[in-house]
Design a protein around this ligand. Structure first.
Ligand code: CTP
Ligand code: MG
Length: 584
């Protein structure tokens, strides 16, 4: 339960309300505890002696206490909800904030599906527990101790009944509690599996349709769903057994009380009201015990959720800024790799990039060429320090990127990632995402440079066209061009386009490159599969399986690099249909 308790620490800022609420519950219970004594008085002193005034007076007292109890109960509910909802919201915000602070490396390890479950279902469970603690669990100690004490005070002789019943009840509860705890853990695992299958399916629903695998998916989902059902039934049935069992004990207790009490009454040693009051205290005690134990079971169920939240909250971003990291540096745009070796998983023997060395001078246009999986994206991701190198250094303007504040560094680097991700919102919103204070003219200029302006103005709403969910969905090439515009808008010193024109036709691509040359006086890195993209570059880096196999201009490489010549021939050389045309 340590994780759930840890998260309950989020009540701390609201400690006043979190104290007042349970205090009100305490008063409510205290008022409740007085009622059986008053009943006893009515029966033994009012009815038995025919004192109607006493009956009415005591009755009014009971009414007053009941109304008071209700008011305090409402107060408790009010504060309980107030605090619990804030705890839930704060935990969710903390979790969301934490996820934003994590590095690429952390995020690679946490799947989106799991993060969504944590942010929604798991956080909800925690809020629910906060509510139960403040509203119901806070009642338990007072009602149990109070009920027990009052019962014994009312009738010490019948109080012995408790001593017989209590160990049986507690023993049963502990047994059920232990068993249920383990079973709930398994419920949570199976729920995770259902979520995972669902998430994968929804993300890939088009693939499922394309390959006619719907039946397979339904079966896969059905299996996970059934397994969840079986486990949930098992544990719910176990927990459900508790109630009837408790009721049985309770009724046996009542029968016992009436039995022994009845004998005592007929023999004149005990009064009727005493028995009634005693039974009421017994009920109060057992009720709280039952409800309280249900809450504890619920809490243990939420522990699995809490554990997953705490796991994320406790994870440290893999990349940290040094205390003396440079801020406020204005980059010229020189980028240099010195003996860079990099792998995603440091334990792997085979690094993704090996001993890379090159320099890109400010303003140069550097093309990176290589087959798929060669390490092109990995290389460019090291420039904004999305990952740290294993060995060697990545330098900007002669500074190690690890010595520069991440924000300062990334602010001056414009990037279009290989996968063009757009957000739901207007086209303008998406382009401005790169610099929220950009003016309309700047948005348009960026869109023009990215060859996006022409297709944007063809939409009826132009720049205000809504994208995503309920707006238009763009083609692959259109998305790429919006992503390029977003990278350009911040007028970066270093521009990185990772395969950003792969879905754009050759002519548009060429025009984008021409426009880029006009617009930006920055160092640019263009990752490309197509050789036509790189012909005009100041420098071409040819990567092969993580190794820089050639470096130079097109002319130089044609003369010196056989790998480059091969790529050239395969794409633009004679005998290649479309390549041949593109060449002339
Ligand atoms: N890789 C990895 N973990 C990632 C990304 C990549 O282990 N998060 C590995 C890939 O398996 C690949 C190597 O790193 O073997 C290089 O990947 P990448 O740099 O993405 O290759 P690219 O040259 O960009 O390939 P593509 O042209 O397909 O984009
Ligand atoms: Mg790539």
């Amino acid at each position: 339960m340590q994780n759930i308790l840890k998260l309950m620490g989020y009540m701390r800022p609201y400690w006043k309300q979190a104290t007042i609420g349970p205090l009100m519950k305490l008063i409510e219970v205290m008022l409740e505890l007085m009622q059986p004594r008053l009943v006893q008085r009515i029966v033994d002193e009012g009815i038995a002696k025919g004192d109607l005034d006493l009956v009415i007076e005591t009755g009014l007292w009971m009414l007053g206490l009941a109304i008071g109890g209700v008011l305090f109960g409402i107060g408790n509910a009010w504060f309980g909800v107030w605090v619990a909802q804030r705890v839930e919201t704060d935990v969710r915000s903390a979790l969301f904030g934490k996820i934003q602070s994590l590095s690429f490396g952390n995020l690679d390890k946490l799947s989106t599906g799991h993060l969504i479950t944590r942010l929604t279902n798991d956080v909800r469970q925690v809020g629910e527990v906060a509510r139960l603690i403040l509203r119901i669990l806070s009642r338990m100690p007072m009602a149990m101790v109070g009920g027990l004490v009052m019962a014994i005070v009312t009738s010490p002789r019948l109080g012995l009944m408790f001593i017989g019943l209590a160990p049986v009840i507690l023993g049963t509860l502990i047994l059920v509690f232990r068993k249920a705890n383990a079973m709930f853990g398994e419920v949570q695992n199976r729920l995770d599996r259902v979520n995972q299958v669902t998430q994968e399916n929804l993300a890939g629903v088009r693939v499922v349709k394309a390959f006619l695998r719907a039946d397979h998916e339904i079966e896969r989902f059905g299996t996970a769903n059934d397994r969840l059902m079986e486990q949930t039934i098992r544990v719910t049935q176990l927990v459900a057994l508790v109630m009837p069992f408790m009721m049985l004990l309770l009724n046996l207790g009542v029968v016992g009380v009436i039995w022994f009490g009845g004998i005592a009454v007929t023999q004149g040693g005990m009064k009727l009201g005493e028995i009634i009051a005693f039974i009421n205290y017994l009920l109060l005690f057992l009720q709280s015990l039952m409800i309280g134990s249900m809450v504890l079971i619920r809490m243990s169920r939420a522990e699995a959720s809490a554990e997953r939240i705490v796991e994320v909250l406790n994870s440290e971003p893999e990349l940290q800024d040094r205390a003396d990291a440079k801020r406020d540096v204005v980059l010229e745009g020189q980028v240099a790799f010195e003996n860079v070796t990099f792998s995603y998983n440091e334990t792997a023997d085979d690094p993704v990039l090996r001993n890379l060395n090159f320099v890109a001078e400010p303003g140069q246009k550097v093309a990176i060429l290589g087959s798929t999986g060669a390490g092109k994206s990995s290389l460019v991701n090291l420039i904004p320090r999305f990952y740290d190198v294993d060995a060697g250094r990545v330098m900007v303007d002669g500074m190690d990127v690890r010595d520069v504040d991440q924000g300062t560094l990334r602010q001056q680097i414009g990037m279009a990632l290989q996968e063009s991700v757009l957000f739901s919102g207007t086209i303008r919103y998406n382009i401005q995402y790169g610099r929220p204070d950009a003016t309309d003219e700047e948005v348009e200029a960026a869109a023009r440079a990215a060859m996006a302006h022409d297709f944007i103005v063809q939409f009826p709403d132009k720049y205000e066209t809504l994208l995503g969910q309920r707006g238009v969905n763009l083609s692959g090439g259109q998305r790429q061009r919006i992503a390029i515009a977003r990278a350009l808008i911040s007028r970066p010193k270093v521009l990185i386009l990772d395969d950003s024109t792969s879905a754009v036709d050759l002519e548009t691509e060429a025009r984008i490159h021409d426009a880029l040359e006009q617009m930006v006086g920055c160092t640019s890195f263009l990752v490309a599969q197509r050789i036509s993209t790189v012909l005009k570059a100041d420098k071409i880096l040819v990567l092969d399986d993580g190794v820089l196999v050639a470096e130079g201009t097109h002319q130089e490489l044609m003369e010196s690099s056989s790998v480059y010549q091969e790529i050239y021939d395969s794409q633009l050389g004679e005998g290649n249909g479309y390549g041949g045309r593109a060449q002339c």
